[in-house]
Design a binder for this molecule. Structure first.
Ligand SMILES: Nc1ncnc2c1ncn2[C@@H]1O[C@H](COP(=O)(O)OP(=O)(O)OP(=O)(O)O)[C@@H](O)[C@H]1O
Ligand SMILES: [Mg+2]
Length: 278
């Protein structure tokens, strides 16, 4: 099972768009694919589940409910130390899976209330909870984890749970500054929590090939030795339609230029990983 996190502490760089579109391609290629939305904004949940997202929140089947249950199970243990741990299956994420409209594509949606339990989760040492849940999970070929634009409990949990990381980058000057912090943060996670975490690369998004400034920024990052992937994602208004209609690009418009770029990106990271394993 591949476990990929899409992370950048900067907002609006394309994390959700890239996570959901790559996951859709993975599902379409026949892999049983799961998207986990760790961002309280819930954009990935809305993108892939549309109206079903509200229902999932009402059914209490979101990643918030999973974490909340782990806090409640912890307090049951405190009040009844004789309650056998093995009788509790608190790592099972299966109860929180939702089908999407697309074959092979499942989702564990987010919830805005995640922010309310963040401090409690951190103080109760739940940072490994997601990793333990993925370790126990069966029957899934690929996991994509979308993260919030912050270095917080949820993005850390995701970086600890994953074995691969993609970093979207949108070619502006603030993003350039942020990318060095992101590298530092990932380095800390690797040395303190997750030696298996491999940075697959930086994805250049909304690239304007004819403009001089973005080209220069990308070249300067390359010169600094940063792992820039060769596929560039161009900017397209079609993405707005894709979000609004809750249809990832591969289903909305399989022949579109941006769809082809997502396919190229998917092939590039998959073939790099094959080479790494060989
Ligand atoms: N290639 C693209 N072409 C055009 N618009 C894009 C592209 N990629 C992303 N966008 C737009 O940029 C905005 C931010 O994208 P997205 O929500 O994927 O970023 P994000 O990093 O997940 O944001 P946040 O940090 O808020 O979670 C969205 O409005 C999206 O439609
Ligand atoms: Mg997002």
């Amino acid at each position: 099972m591949t476990r990929r996190v899409i992370f950048n502490k900067k907002g609006g760089v394309g994390k959700t768009t890239i996570a959901c579109n790559l996951a859709a391609i993975s599902a379409q290629s026949g892999k049983k694919t799961l998207v986990i939305d760790m961002d309280p904004q819930g954009n990935a949940s809305r993108y892939l589940m549309n109206e079903q997202y509200e229902a999932a929140r009402e059914q209490k089947k979101t990643i918030y409910d999973y974490f909340k249950a782990s806090l409640d199970a912890g307090s049951a243990f405190v009040f009844n130390p004789f309650f056998p741990r093995s009788d509790r299956n608190e790592n099972d994420l299966g109860d929180y899976f939702h089908e999407t409209a697309y074959k092979n594509l499942w989702m564990i949606p987010s919830h805005p209330a995640l922010v309310e339990i963040e401090t409690q989760l951190a103080s109760k040492h739940k940072i490994y909870k997601l990793r333990e849940a993925l370790d126990a999970m069966k029957g899934v070929d690929a996991v994509f984890i979308d993260t919030p634009p912050a270095l917080n409990f949820f993005s850390q949990s995701a970086l600890i749970a994953a074995s691969r990381c993609l970093i979207p980058f949108d070619c502006d000057a603030f993003s350039r500054e942020a990318i060095y912090d992101v590298g530092q943060h990932i380095g800390d996670i690797q040395s303190d929590h997750n030696r298996d975490l491999h940075v697959e690369g930086i994805v250049v998004n909304q690239f304007m090939s004819r403009a001089k400034h973005p080209r220069e920024i990308v070249e300067s990052l390359k010169a600094d030795g940063l792992p820039i992937l060769s596929t560039r994602l161009s900017s397209s208004v079609k993405i707005r339609e894709s979000h609004q209609s809750a249809k990832p690009m591969i289903f909305l418009d399989p022949k579109h230029k941006l769809t082809c770029e997502f396919l190229d990106l998917y092939r590039e990271i998959e073939s790099k990983n094959k080479k790494r394993k060989a």
